[in-house]
Design a protein around this ligand. Structure first.
Ligand code: GLN
Length: 480
């Protein structure tokens, strides 16, 4: 059940939160052996929270997410609940505090049913980099759910929660959203507090919802968005009620389609779904312009794989076996212990990123790589600014192909990196982006991405909702 359907039934006293929560826990027991979306299922905590939510509803204190079962990506701190980041390094880490978004969910009376599997430290596009196990795509269990928020996307798609939270540094909400046939929103950088989000690349990371429809994404952003003094990059800007943007037509909306996002190499069925989506948007009253170019786009992948690893290597320096998590103790010296802690605690992809970042920041290479990447980042941002002076929204595919097979790309990091080619520029520019279900390719979901200027998530919701309501893709559920 979506959060808005659940919310209505809870308010009308048609169901209790306990019933909803028990149903979700039963669903988890039924499908989790095949999907493996969760690192931890917090059954006892969830039932206690559900009873508290029912008591609250009885008192008439109802918020839109009160009593609704939610799933939280395991990179977001939950006080007293293990938060692993998909890593051996934090396998037994129990945070002593809640992330800002966790607090917001709990204050709203939401019920946390578990912590979702992910690529280690959010580095990856398939959830195969989890130190524990891969998650399976509910639409085809032999395929990846995308990543790094693959557990959150799979849980939302498989009915193992109503709403899930993910994080997106280069596409980690939108790409798994597209692969699993759910809505994925990356808010504007600064819209949602990163306090308590374990840092990967601090200038790119942003938390957002994975939901079964656009209305739920708006409800969830209403809950988790807004200023937080504990995050120095949190923006103190107006938080509109995002449900006001859920309208059924696109009259007056100017949509641009950047040509760099439709390369010849793209999968033909993804292109076809994209073209059909554009036609629907046109029929809803939007004007569509295809004469749009963002010429620096081809450099985005290189820029991302310099900036993100550079920030990651600094952020991951804290895992030294002293302050957090795994600690190797059998070595000959303190240095030996520290080295082995990192040798055994981190997986291969994390080590690759640490090496890339260390290289890009080292003397002699800093100017050639890091500084140059920052300059190109500015160019990318300016190109988007110029485009948004003319268009209310840009529309692009989310990924060049539908979900790939488990094992298909693990040994080829570059092929894996390419699956985020249409999502990375959005984080580089700090703008908001949403992925919405837009059809199927041989039974696998395909998504369409909508982009808008900073803090204009309203336009994203408007385009995404009108499109969704004019199509039936969001009503399809995986066979499982
Ligand atoms: N797949 C990209 C990476 O591996 C993006 C990950 C993310 O958004 N967290 O870095």
């Amino acid at each position: 059940m979506t959060a808005h359907e659940a919310g209505r039934l809870l308010r009308e006293r048609e169901v209790t939160s306990r019933q909803l929560t028990e149903a979700v826990l039963a669903r988890i027991r039924e499908v989790e052996g095949r999907v493996k979306a969760y690192v931890s299922v917090t059954e006892d905590i969830a039932l206690r929270q559900a009873d508290a939510a029912d008591a609250r509803i009885a008192r008439g204190e109802v918020a839109p997410l009160t009593g609704v079962p939610v799933c939280v990506k395991d990179v977001i701190c939950t006080k007293g609940i293990r938060t692993t980041c998909g890593s051996r390094m934090l396998e037994n880490f129990v945070p002593p505090y809640d992330a800002f978004v966790t607090r917001r969910l709990l204050d709203a009376g939401a019920v946390i049913v578990g912590k979702a599997n992910m690529d280690e430290f959010a580095m990856g596009s398939s959830t195969e980099n989890s130190a524990f196990f891969p998650t399976h795509n509910p639409w085809d269990l032999e395929r990846v759910p995308g990543g790094s928020s693959g557990g959150s996307a799979a849980a939302a798609a498989a009915g193992e929660c109503s709403v899930a939270l993910g994080s997106d540094t280069g596409g980690s909400i939108r790409q798994p959203g597209a692969f699993c046939g759910v809505v994925g929103l990356k808010p504007t950088y600064g819209r949602v507090s990163r306090f308590g989000l374990v840092a990967f690349a601090s200038s790119l990371d942003q938390i957002g919802p994975l939901t079964r429809d656009v209305e739920d994404a708006a409800i969830t952003l209403n809950c988790i968005g807004g200023y937080d003094a504990c995050d120095s990059t949190s923006a103190n800007v107006e938080m509109p009620d995002f449900t006001h943007f859920l309208q059924r037509d696109l009259r007056g909306m100017r949509i641009g389609i950047p040509r760099e996002y439709l390369p010849d190499e793209m999968d033909a069925s993804v292109r076809q779904s994209f073209e059909e989506a554009v036609t629907v948007m046109q029929s809803l009253g939007a004007t569509v312009d295809r004469d749009v170019s963002l010429p620096t786009t081809p450099y985005a992948l290189a820029v991302y794989y310099i900036i993100a690893p550079s920030e990651a290597m600094a952020n991951l320096a804290r895992y030294d076996g002293v302050k957090y998590g795994f600690s190797y103790q059998e070595g000959e010296s303190m240095w030996d212990n520290m080295e082995r802690t990192r040798q055994y605690g981190f997986g291969d992809e994390v080590k690759r990123r640490i090496m890339l970042g260390t290289f890009a920041l080292s003397a002699g290479y800093y100017d050639a790589y890091y500084l140059k990447a920052q300059k190109v980042r500015t160019l990318i941002r300016r190109e988007f600014d110029a485009a948004f002076a003319k268009y209310d929204a840009l529309v692009t595919p989310v990924t060049p192909t539908p979900a790939f097979r488990i094992g298909e790309k693990v040994d080829d990091p570059y092929a894996m990196y390419l699956s985020d080619i249409f999502t990375l520029p959005v984080n580089i520019a700090g703008i908001p982006g949403i992925s919405v279900p837009a059809g199927f390719s041989d039974g696998l979901p395909v998504g369409v991405q909508v982009l808008a200027k900073p803090f204009d998530e309203g336009s994203l919701f408007r385009v995404a909702y009108a499109y969704e309501q004019a199509t039936a893709w969001h009503n399809a559920h995986p066979p499982l």
